[in-house]
Design a protein around this ligand. Structure first.
Ligand code: SAT
Ligand code: MN
Length: 582
């Protein structure tokens, strides 16, 4: 036995001594294993079979009604020094955190099977990929990890070869929200999660590993782990530009990653290729450009609002081989959620007869899990071990007012400030109030595994001689008019904005310089075929100087909140803009 394998074995057996499972199952990721698990879950009620005719091999999982979203107030970064976790994280000392978690784990798997899930984040052969092992007592987690990661024998072989892996321990416990914690020990490359079976709390490869732990590793190894989609835009000339974009959870990353060009663009030969919809790992290549991989191999997307109108690619991939979590069902057992144009819900997400009085039929954070390869816009470039070179990075949020449709940062430092200054109205992806504007730097507020001040410094550090960094932009698809309606059509029409960005990258599109960045003139955006009144477009591209003066002042206060950790260059940049706005 290799020493790596011995280390893995020792850890698995130590966990088994603590948690006392009835049996241990090492997952190989095979079809046979998946069939067995599926049958088991059908028998226990963890899975409900959906209509085999309309949705072959699709299953519904109903989670416990108090376990439907990430729980940021129960999520901790446990570094030795509190300052290393930063004011952006909840912190607990590692000794206390281990003791708390190990007490919860004691005997928690009695009568259950303990699954050992080796997985790889990123293409198995990629130097950018990293491996982990999740131990869990939830077969639902195993089934999801199988779709979301490269799980099983190949990952285990890489771990045995390389040695290093992230240790993730997960138990659903008794799903009691009072006994629920998601703990990260970045200095020990360890995750401990207890009491939730939901999404980012339980599929440890996703937010816990690929963002919180990976961001920490990336800092010392010279790369970036980001909450970004990656999309390829093929122009009529046949060139494909890759763009990474950061938006908070449930702000349309999946839709943008799977964008369908408007009719006129399609005729002209524009195509869109999906690399990823949630996470992007990137690092400088030998040519100075940033190269990106999607560490995931599937989508865990928000169901409500997904329709043939908003995301036809997603609809096409949800007809087979998908897991649905907390959606409603129709009389003939098809999955249903708000926003679908067809079908009538008869059972809501809790399995009760649907009654409007109980609220929406599908939970607002209900999800689908499906393989990336099922997406019609899938591209084999997703498997490229070297990743794809980025032409642009986009930051965005949900902002009813103030923030224009698009602007371009002057340079990298300004772009980092734009990312740090990101703010968005909260969504149902996390528990808590929905619709409150919250500062969410780079959409990483819930996911950065270390002090944001140090993180901003790390971002700035990529601006080195010889670097050919992507241009940075900011977008806001969510601006509302006086009538409360969205002013920009969004969805496929967002390609119009992306086209302007790519032309800026090539140096062939115009812009006006303003203190907050470069904005397109109305004539620089292709609005052919859109019924968008000129005055509305002007409003979407307007810079409200007084409003921005206040916003930038608030950003100054926000940066100051990171104390000595706040990078002086970023504060200088903020002062420069405030002065220009005054
Ligand atoms: O629940 S997850 O964290 O996996 C999804 C999300 O919030 O983006
Ligand atoms: Mn996300």
């Amino acid at each position: 036995m290799s020493s790596q394998l011995a280390a893995l074995n020792d850890w698995v057996h130590a966990v088994a001594r603590l948690t006392q499972p009835e049996q241990i199952h090492w997952c190989d990721g095979s079809d046979e294993e998946n069939t067995e698990l599926t049958e088991l879950m059908l028998a226990t009620g963890d899975f409900v079979k959906l209509n085999e005719k309309t949705h072959p091999n699709c299953y519904l999982h109903r989670s416990s009604p108090s376990d439907v979203a990430r729980v940021e107030h129960l999520t901790f970064v446990c570094t030795n020094r509190e300052v290393d976790a930063g004011p952006n994280n909840h912190w607990m000392g590692p000794t206390e955190a281990h003791a708390k978690m190990d007490a919860l784990y004691a005997g928690c798997m009695r009568g259950r099977t303990m699954y050992v899930v080796p997985y790889c984040m990123g293409p198995i052969e990629s130097p950018l990929a990293r491996c982990g092992v999740e131990i869990t007592d939830s077969p639902y987690v195993v089934a999801n990890m199988r779709i979301m990661t490269r799980m099983g024998a190949a990952a285990q072989a890489r771990i045995e070869r390389e040695g290093s892996f992230i240790k993730g321990l997960h138990s659903i416990g008794d799903l009691n929200p009072d006994r629920r914690f998601i703990m990260h020990f970045p200095e020990e490359l360890t995750i401990k999660s207890f009491g939730s079976g939901y999404g980012g709390n339980a599929l440890l490869g996703k937010k816990c590993h690929a963002l919180r732990i990976a961001s920490y590793q990336a800092r010392s190894e010279g790369w970036l782990a980001e909450h970004m989609l990656i999309v390829g835009i093929e122009t009529p000339k046949g060139e494909t530009h890759y763009v990474a974009a950061a938006f908070p959870s449930a702000c349309g990353k999946t839709n943008l990653a799977m964008l369908i060009p408007p009719e006129g663009y399609r005729q002209d030969g524009w195509k869109v290729w999906t690399i990823g919809d949630d996470i992007c790992w990137m690092r400088p290549g030998a040519d100075g450009r940033l190269y990106a991989i999607n560490p995931e191999s599937g989508f865990f997307g928000v169901a409500p609002g997904t329709s043939t109108k908003t995301n036809a690619n997603a609809m096409a991939m949800l007809n087979k081989d998908a897991i649905f979590t907390n959606v409603a069902v129709t009389a003939d057992n098809q999955p249903w959620w708000e926003g679908l144009s067809e079908g009538v819900p008869v059972l809501d997400w809790q399995g009760r007869p649907y009654d409007k009085a109980h609220g929406p039929a599908a939970h607002p954070n209900s999800r689908f899990t499906v393989s990336a390869k099922s997406c019609p816009s899938y591209t084999p470039r997703s498997e490229d071990p070297q990743g794809v070179p980025l032409s642009a990075i986009v930051f965005g949020g949900r902002r009813e007012s103030l923030v224009p449709l698009v602007f371009e940062a002057r340079d990298w430092t300004h772009g980092v400030l734009v990312g740090a200054a990101m703010a968005s109205e909260t969504t149902a992806a996390a528990t808590g109030a929905v619709g409150v504007v919250r500062r969410d730097s780079m959409a990483m507020k819930p996911f950065c595994g270390y002090n944001f001040g140090d993180y901003f410094k790390h971002w700035l550090s990529f601006d080195q001689p010889g670097a050919k960094l992507p241009k940075i932009f900011h977008v806001n698809w969510f601006r509302k008019g006086g009538d409360g309606k969205f002013m920009w059509p969004g969805f496929g029409d967002n390609l119009r904005v992306l086209e302007w960005m790519l032309k800026r990258v090539e140096g062939s599109a115009g812009a006006v310089e303003t203190p907050i960045g470069h904005l397109p003139n109305a004539a620089d955006l292709n609005t052919n075929g859109l019924s968008l009144p000129e005055s509305q477009l002007q409003q979407l591209l307007h810079v409200d100087r007084d409003g921005w003066y206040e916003e930038l002042t608030a950003i100054g206060d926000y940066l100051a909140g990171y104390g000595d950790q706040a990078p002086p260059n970023l504060e200088a940049e903020q002062r420069r803009i405030v002065a220009a706005l005054a």
